[in-house]
Design a binder for this molecule. Structure first.
Ligand code: F0G
Length: 415
């Protein structure tokens, strides 16, 4: 039985008030003695735990490290991640007909996605452990972020990508930051199987979201959303809608809220409803939620234009599904057509996102139409990656170019 409860005594293995706990069997593990991703006893997912959970008063500065009191270190390997904008989107708010709609645009991070928040912490842990190679499987953004943070830390990076299924911007980033890029004949889930085996053999330090420290950094999305919402209009959002691939963010947001409840900063009734969105062609989490299951069944064949979330085996499901259920949230699948439509709508409000990000808005609109979200709700949609990550998708979703002669009259004639 998955147990995500916090609190209780600090185990002897804790290092400066930090330890890892198995969410299945409860075993406590020293955080920085050995390289460990899963429970050595039962294979369950691990979660970072702390002797103390901070209140908002303990945060100062900006970006991810504003929240150092909620993280394992005071500082990480940083390129100034976090502090992303929470935009109003008047046109979409009117279309969705909800009390308030904001978009938290994680595309404004240094490498253009939320992955930077996880890497600033995860690569710091790797540094502390003294590993000599970092690795990940990726639909693109994780590899771009790991390549940049690995470069910053002077540690070689290996990335495994599903051949032909990663958007051009992301491959370009990994290449320029100097990662060794291997294109695997298989999908993302196959890549993760392979890189997990390499990590098990001690060949590399794994920085996929199976790594519990990545999710620590990603918790700060939730902390920022709550602080920004409070500053902007004096109250917290009722619901956060986000795209789901491996369900790392869903798990990280839920952990953020559990910690705030544990610290006495948030009443359980105030916790935003976590609402996950997947593409119809890659929706094992939605299938699990629709059937009220606490586990997912792997989809071997997945397909969607939103390549970032072309994932059939969301490894963080045991941490994320309780988050959806306990907060009163839900999950929904949207078509690729609706994702592109939402991408255009966001663009019309000036917010440029990649397809996977637009899934959150498409999901909100679908749930409103179905009556699963009420008109009086205050909603935040998470957009996870920048438009330029996938230039091809953006060009397809956008308008055509017009060839003109090199003179002003020619341009005016063409208009
Ligand atoms: N949105 C974008 C833009 C992503 O790149 C990802 C995941 C997700 C959403 C899903 O987030 O896994 O936390 O549920 N991208 C990973 C990668 C898999 O390799 O870049 P999740």
């Amino acid at each position: 039985m998955t147990d995500l409860s916090l609190g209780g005594p600090t185990p002897d293995v804790a290092d400066d008030g930090v330890w890892l706990a198995c969410v299945e069997c409860g075993d406590a593990i020293a955080p920085f003695d050995d390289v460990v991703y899963e429970c050595p006893d039962c294979g369950g997912l691990l979660e970072a735990r702390y002797a103390d959970y901070p209140t908002f008063e303990e945060f100062s500065g900006d970006g991810v490290w504003r929240y150092a009191a909620a993280l394992p270190f005071d500082e990480g390997v940083t390129i100034r991640e976090g502090n992303t904008p929470l935009y109003t989107v008047p046109e979409i708010e009117a279309e969705a007909d909800v009390a308030d709609l904001r978009v938290k645009h994680e595309g404004a991070n240094p490498t253009g996605s939320f992955k930077d928040r996880g890497m600033t912490v995860g690569v710091k842990v790797a540094d502390r452990l003294g590993v000599d190679r970092l690795a990940c499987a990726s639909t693109g953004n994780t590899s771009a972020a790991l390549a940049a943070y690995g470069a910053r830390a002077n540690t070689p990076v290996l990335v495994l990508l599903p051949a032909g299924k990663v958007a051009a911007g992301k491959v370009a980033q990994a290449a320029l930051h100097g990662a060794r890029i291997c294109e695997v004949d298989g999908n993302f889930d196959d890549c993760l199987d392979v890189v997990a085996e390499l990590a098990d053999r001690g060949e590399a330090y794994l920085l996929n979201s199976l790594n519990p420290f990545r999710l620590e950094g990603q918790k700060t999305i939730g902390l920022e959303i709550l602080e920004q919402s409070r500053d902007a209009h004096g109250h917290l959002p009722d619901r956060i809608v986000l795209p789901v691939g491996n369900a790392g963010n869903t798990a990280a947001l839920y952990k953020c809220f559990r910690e705030l409840v544990e610290a006495g900063e948030l009443d359980k009734s105030e916790v935003p409803k976590l609402t996950g969105v997947q593409a119809e062609g890659a929706a094992p989490m939605v299938e699990a939620v629709e059937n009220g299951r606490d586990y997912v069944e792997r989809w071997d064949d997945v397909e969607t234009r939103a390549t970032a979330i072309r994932i059939g085996n969301p490894v963080n499901a045991p941490k994320a599904l309780p988050g959806i259920y306990d907060t009163g949230g839900t999950a929904v699948a949207v078509s690729d057509e609706k994702i592109t439509e939402a991408q255009r709508m966001l663009a019309e409000d000036g917010v440029g996102v990649e397809p996977a990000s637009a899934a959150s808005v498409a999901g909100l609109l679908k749930l409103r139409e179905r009556g699963d979200i009420d008109a009086d709700e205050r909603v935040v949609c998470l957009t996870t990656g920048h438009l330029l990550k996938d230039p091809e998708a953006a060009a397809e979703a956008g308008g055509d170019t017009t060839p003109v002669p090199a003179d002003a009259d020619g341009v005016l004639d063409a208009l």
